[in-house]
Unconditional design. Structure first.
Length: 214
């Protein structure tokens, strides 16, 4: 069965984790095939949108059969890059940094938090939830001595651009930005920004534009 990305829209790519989660749930339920109608009920979007998204990924659909759940899940897993492990460091051991470590059990098993760093010398040498903590001065030495794929930045926003530049120069290719500093991709690194304030503003917008409200 052929698979692979062919002109996949950004909107479709953002839906891939949701497809993957639903397919994992179907496999856990013992299902071997699924129709676009069933996926649309689970995803709360139209069957035609499902077919359009998945047709762009490859020839996963079989006429009169629907989708093979295992094959589609494996195909999306490969496209999302979940066939390899990723090492993550957390830069900033404050409330947000510790919350990320606390949430590690909810991350995909391929993502491993391997170290935390902070400017507070009192935190150096302390293990937090099994994750060793180091002084911020040791970041580059650690990155140069260990494979680090992703850096979660939870430090003050004014320090984020310089930290990103140093990390990417040292070979880190993914920046998970919690600083709200609007970091831009560059120098071979990709950036995924997480902004709780923006998320709440979108929640506010959706609440105030519901069609069922007077």
């Amino acid at each position: 069965m052929e698979n692979g990305k062919r002109g996949v829209s950004e909107a479709a790519v953002k839906r891939l984790p949701k497809y993957y989660r639903q397919l994992c749930a179907l496999l856990a339920e013992g299902e071997t095939r699924v129709s676009s109608d069933e996926l649309s009920r689970r995803m709360r979007c139209t069957p035609s949108q499902i077919r359009q998204d998945l047709n762009a990924l490859g020839r996963f659909r079989q006429q009169g059969f629907g989708y093979n759940v295992d094959a589609l899940q494996n195909g999306i897993k490969a496209i999302l890059g979940l066939t390899r492990d990723y090492n993550i460091i957390v830069v900033g051991a404050g409330d947000t940094g510790r919350a990320i470590v606390n949430a590690q059990k909810f991350l995909q098993p391929r993502f491993n938090i391997v170290a935390m760093f902070d400017v507070d010398p009192a935190l150096a040498g302390i293990d937090y939830r099994g994750v060793p903590s180091y002084h911020a001065d040791e970041i580059l030495t650690f990155v140069q001595s260990n494979r680090v794929d992703i850096a979660a930045l939870t430090l003050p926003k004014e320090d984020a651009p310089d930290m990103m530049a140093s990390l990417t120069a040292a070979g880190v290719t993914g920046i998970w930005d919690f600083t709200g500093s609007d970091l831009q991709p560059g120098d071979g690194a990709v950036v995924e920004s997480m902004d709780l304030t923006e998320s709440l503003m979108m929640m506010s917008y959706k609440i105030n534009h519901r069609k069922d409200l007077p």
